[in-house]
Design a protein around this ligand. Structure first.
Ligand SMILES: C[S@@+](CC[C@H](N)C(=O)[O-])C[C@H]1O[C@@H](n2cnc3c(N)ncnc32)[C@H](O)[C@@H]1O
Length: 217
């Protein structure tokens, strides 16, 4: 069964309100989020799939949360990170310090990344794209900061391509109810000028890895 347009989420009418509501939730549950990511093998297994796809020397992680994934690769590259939530950013800084690693972490929004065009060889983005209120704007900004030939390594939720019942139920009854906005991510990344490869990596096809390359100039 193919996905239909009607299964995808509409963008929120008030993007600032959507983001502010999510941000309050992340502030409230920041410590719990850190504990869950560290304790949940399946979450770490999904995020780990990004690591072999990363190419340096310059890497940016957008929406790093509590920074578990940063601790898996920051030692190997010149790494920057940006996340909207100040409490999560503080926890990520502490997690990196505990691991004896460093990265230039800032607080900021995916919609206005404070980096010049064509800065990074890889941009990493996990479990965050479906929480942005404007998918096209986010995709364009993620693509803007990539060097020609650079790649966006994005892991997030979508409908399984074969329409299987379990994966579809996870999307409809778990992720959408948590407020995630399910979109035609490959189409949005292609519209941002990227060449997209998709792999279904878990959750009965509902957790997907996108490696989206910016064509060389
Ligand atoms: C579900 S968490 C994912 C965290 C981490 N990447 C992971 O995979 O566990 C979503 C993250 O997106 C961040 N975020 C939400 N809206 C954002 C925005 N507009 N700009 C940048 N980061 C944002 C949140 O603060 C949070 O850290």
């Amino acid at each position: 069964m193919a996905r239909t347009e009607s299964q995808y989420s509409a963008e929120p009418a008030d993007p600032d309100r959507y983001t502010a509501t999510n941000d309050r939730m992340y502030t409230r549950f920041a410590r719990l989020y850190d504990t869950v990511v560290k304790a949940l093998p399946v979450w770490r297994r999904w995020l780990s799939r990004a690591v072999p796809e990363i190419r340096g020397p310059r890497v940016l992680e957008v929406s790093f949360g509590t920074g578990w994934l940063l601790t898996q690769y920051a030692g190997r590259y010149r790494t920057d990170g940006i996340d909207l939530n100040s409490k999560l950013t503080g926890i990520a800084r502490r997690n990196l310090a505990k691991a004896g690693l460093s990265a230039d972490l800032r607080q900021g929004r995916v919609e206005e990344l404070p980096y010049p065009d064509a800065t990074f060889d890889t941009v990493v983005n996990t479990m965050a794209f479906t929480g942005y209120p404007d998918g096209a704007a986010a995709a364009a900004e993620l693509a803007r900061v990539l060097k020609p030939g650079g790649r966006l390594v994005l892991i997030d939720i979508n409908f399984p391509s074969d329409g299987n019942r379990r994966g579809t139920a996870l999307v409809e009854h778990v992720w959408k109810r948590l407020g995630d906005l399910i979109r035609d991510t490959p189409a949005l990344l292609a519209d941002a000028g990227l060449d997209v490869d998709v792999e279904e990596i878990g959750g009965w096809g509902s957790v997907q890895l996108y490696v989206a390359t910016k064509p060389a100039a």
